[in-house]
Ligand binder design. Structure first.
Ligand code: GTP
Ligand code: MG
Length: 138
């Protein structure tokens, strides 16, 4: 079984969507094997999103990720990485397919409710960025 890293962003925790979003993952056959609520620091947000540091929206991204609590999770299941990204939908909610989290809940491309790892290497890095092995119960 594959593991991936998922994050419920501040725009969603603020609107009490933690349960509704988690339910979509569980309904798709993904199991939450680690979960915690974190209000990330600027330093943590900049580190997590370091690959985007030259992008024009980086400042805005760090602002929104530190604007409130997030819920970080590890999801496990068959093809967890691809499945999670399919359930999330396109980055820009105006392009997200019907039934996806971003179609249903996202407010804009910046406040798009969720993050999910895009490949096995980034999944492993992102899981390790937020969790110690003892916090993950598979
Ligand atoms: P993640 O799962 O969050 O990595 O989304 P993604 O892989 O679909 O998108 P990408 O890695 O390209 O961008 C990372 C995050 O930066 C997105 O989820 C958005 O929240 C944010 N982002 C991307 N493009 C824009 C933009 O044009 N404007 C703003 N404000 N934010 C953006
Ligand atoms: Mg990405």
């Amino acid at each position: 079984l594959e593991r991936t890293f998922s994050m419920i962003k501040p725009d969603a925790t603020r609107r009490n969507l933690t349960g509704a979003i988690t339910k979509k993952f569980e309904e798709a056959g993904l199991t939450v094997i680690a979960s915690k609520r974190v209000w990330m620091s600027r330093r943590e947000a900049e580190g997590f999103y370091a690959v985007h540091k030259e992008r024009p929206f980086f400042g805005e991204l760090v602002e929104s990720m530190t604007s409130g609590p997030t819920v970080v999770q590890v999801l496990q299941g068959e093809n967890a990485i691809a499945k999670n990204r399919e359930i999330m939908g396109a980055t820009n909610p105006t392009q997200a397919a019907e039934g996806t989290i971003r179609k249903e809940f996202a407010l804009s491309i910046g406040e798009n409710s969720v993050h999910g790892s895009d490949a096995p290497e980034t999944a492993a890095e992102e899981v390790a960025y937020w969790f110690s092995e003892t916090e993950i119960v598979g």
